[in-house]
Design a binder for this molecule. Structure first.
Ligand code: URA
Length: 276
């Protein structure tokens, strides 16, 4: 990291956040979990998750449980960064814990509205990120709109250039890179390898945008349709058609493909034995 002397630890500024009582979540958790990192961000990267988990509620810091350890692997492997090089926060900063708290608790729209208005949006102004990694569906939908499906936008950079982008009127001068949540890789049974691959892909894209090696065309968000029609993929589709033709003539009975969220085919399995 290249430490920037004008960056200061933000913890000291967070007293008012820790005493927030703006919604009922405060009465259901140990306390708000404010963002953590340097402001403005010296690396230019900010990561926005969904909400604290149980460990974070107990420890008062974001991403310190299993998902956090997983996150650190992606940060290091794909960007060469440690967690302290990145400003890390969440869409909602309180999580119900204790008796009756649900394992699969999700923040409601009112929690998201209140919490982002009070804490995330002002934080964006302070951190002034160049790239925001939105991890998980809740975070991606906050920035890109409620119809957003993480599988469709994973790893696709979106320019958020205009103040007011997303209808929030907040600081929007960064590239947003949505990613599957690291916890999804821990949860998914059987498909963990694929989810991990998607996450690596998204984090690597964030790294390329940070380094200036990837520029989103101005006023032109690459949509899944745009990527589906790119040259490399046209070739892989042609290849698939050729393989399918050959397979038919040789008595192949099953054909299966795995595709990336952007529509590209990365794996093709063929079988000529029933049930395999
Ligand atoms: N998951 C999140 O989205 N945020 C955390 O801080 C921890 C787990």
């Amino acid at each position: 990291m290249n430490p920037n002397l004008s960056s200061v630890p933000v913890h000291s500024l967070w007293d008012s956040h820790r005493s927030c009582t703006a919604c009922e979540l405060r009465g259901l958790c140990q306390g708000p979990v404010p963002g953590e990192g340097l402001v403005p961000s010296p690396t230019g990267l900010m990561l926005v998750g969904e909400a604290p988990g149980k460990n974070e509620d107990r420890g008062g810091r974001p991403f310190i449980g299993a998902a956090g350890r997983e996150l650190e692997v992606y940060l290091w492997h794909d960007l060469g960064l440690r967690r302290e090089d990145v400003f890390i926060t969440n869409i909602v900063t309180c999580r119900p814990s204790g008796e009756g708290a649900k394992e699969d608790w999700k923040p409601k729209a009112t929690h998201i509205d209140i919490c982002t208005g009070l804490w995330l949006e002002p934080t964006l102004w302070m951190v002034r990120p160049r790239v925001v990694l939105a991890v998980g569906a809740v975070s991606a939908a906050y920035f890109l709109g409620s119809g957003t499906t993480i599988g469709e936008v994973n790893g696709i950079p979106h320019e958020m250039k205009k103040v007011g982008d997303g209808g929030r009127g907040g600081y929007r001068d960064f590239t947003l890179v949505p990613s599957f949540h690291p916890a999804a890789a821990l949860r998914s049974k059987g498909g963990a390898g694929l989810t991990m691959r998607y996450i690596h892909e998204a984090f690597a894209v964030a790294g390329r945008v940070l380094n200036g090696a990837y520029r989103v065309p101005r006023d032109e968000h690459p949509s899944p349709t745009y990527l589906r029609l790119n040259q490399a993929n046209q070739e892989s589709i042609k290849l698939m058609v050729d393989i399918t033709e050959t397979a038919r003539s040789r008595g192949v009975i099953a054909l299966d493909t795995e595709t990336l969220p952007n529509g590209e085919v990365w794996c093709l399995s063929i079988s000529s034995i029933e049930g395999r």
